[in-house]
Design a protein around this ligand. Structure first.
Ligand code: 5GP
Length: 112
């Protein structure tokens, strides 16, 4: 079981800020911006590469959950970044699909 499955199951604590039937959102333990929240589907999928062709809705729900939270905390107009890391070169460290919502400061693009 992954770390995020344990957070979903309330086996380890997290600062949960969003929950609905399908998605959980909780603050990243090592925030890279004033707002840094991870949105995960309750259904375990390792990453975008493992996603089934019939699981488009799962990703859509995660994106819409993050959008709702961004509006709620007032960063929708100033802007934000959504990131999903996949496998080694993508920088993925936890193999339960997750979307990083980053905001509250200007984002820059530094490939590499
Ligand atoms: P990845 O690198 O897989 O895209 O993102 C994993 C994220 O999970 C990292 O940003 C990391 O800081 C976060 N993280 C790792 N362990 C924990 C934890 O125990 N609790 C929370 N809330 N976040 C964690």
């Amino acid at each position: 079981m992954t770390l995020f499955a344990k957070i979903i199951n309330r086996e380890i604590p997290a600062q949960i800020v969003f929950e609905d039937e399908h998605v959980l959102g909780f603050k990243d333990i090592n925030p890279q911006a004033p707002v840094h929240v991870l949105f995960v589907p309750k259904l375990a999928v390792a990453n975008t590469d493992a996603l089934g062709d019939d699981q488009a809705e799962l990703v859509g729900r995660v994106v819409l959950a993050a959008r709702a939270y961004a509006r709620q905390v007032g960063i929708a107009e100033s802007g934000y970044r959504m990131v999903m890391n996949t496998n080694g070169d993508g920088g993925q460290t936890v193999f339960h699909l997750h979307l990083h919502l980053l905001g509250g400061r200007p984002m820059h693009w530094r490939p590499g």
